[in-house]
Design a protein around this ligand. Structure first.
Ligand code: ZN
Length: 245
């Protein structure tokens, strides 16, 4: 079976003398693992198009259970982030999250668009990294089936209060007066508004919001805590990112 699609390389490893195995987030079939055979020549177009953080037009061939990439034509490469330790470690974390949360064998076009837009903004240094990280994490969680319910207080349906309470375990929100009856942390309304924007905005406006440095720090902490609580695992690349920021 042949598969022609576009994909972003989110993991690569060497296998044997000449071959590599890559993990690709494809538009039409989600996360796919594939061999790249004999692409060691530095001049090979296939080599650069199948390196980590390449976005390429791919022709994959499926034989028994394994995919092999026959042809790869680069569309965009996000290698610019490699020059900066903070940005490259955030890009690696994005890749690890994609490998964990994107579907396999299913359409992943929205998640792929989120990944490409995030890497584009990251490589151009166009937004604070805290903001990019929080947007990527929370929007990815929404697309992967972990959308919190931020519409109103789960107790009294109040839309806003100066300080609200958010539960990372249930993804529910309470006003300052209602008792959550489950572990919840205080979150200022400005941060709640930003989280609502990330969950509910149309893709073109996703990254367009502003928060104070204090608000951004709180947004980052709240979203990261939600992600770690919901997915119940550790991310090596996140630990590395946190060690360099
Ligand atoms: Zn309430």
């Amino acid at each position: 079976m042949r598969l022609n699609t576009e994909g972003l390389i989110i993991r690569e490893s060497q296998t044997g003398e000449a071959d590599r195995i890559v993990t690709v987030l494809t538009r039409d079939h989600g996360v796919v693992r594939a061999f790249v055979r004999g692409a060691r020549s530095v001049k090979s177009k296939k080599l650069s198009a199948t390196q980590l953080l390449s976005y390429a037009r791919l022709s994959l061939f499926m034989n028994r259970d394994a995919y092999t990439i026959d042809e790869a034509e680069p569309i965009e490469v996000f290698f610019k982030v490699r020059g900066d330790i903070v940005r490259v470690s955030l890009a690696m974390y994005f890749c690890e999250l994609l490998a964990e949360l994107a579907p396999e064998g299913d359409d992943a076009s929205e998640i792929l668009s989120l990944a490409l837009n995030s890497l584009y903004l990251l490589s151009g240094n166009r937004l604070p990294t805290q903001q990019l990280k929080a947007v990527f994490e929370l929007r990815l969680l929404c697309l992967a089936g972990y959308m919190p319910n931020l519409v109103a207080c789960a107790g009294c349906e109040a839309y806003s209060d100066e300080v609200m309470q958010f539960s990372p375990g249930s993804g529910l929100l309470w006003c300052g007066k209602c008792d959550p009856k489950q572990p919840a942390r205080p979150v200022e309304i400005g941060v709640v508004t930003a989280m609502r924007h990330i969950c509910y905005a149309e893709p073109a406006k996703l990254f367009s919001f502003k928060l104070s440095p204090k608000g951004l720090a709180s947004l980052e902490e709240t979203v990261q805590n939600y992600l770690l609580t919901q997915t119940q695992r550790r991310y090596k690349s996140l630990e590395f990112y946190r060690s360099v920021t």
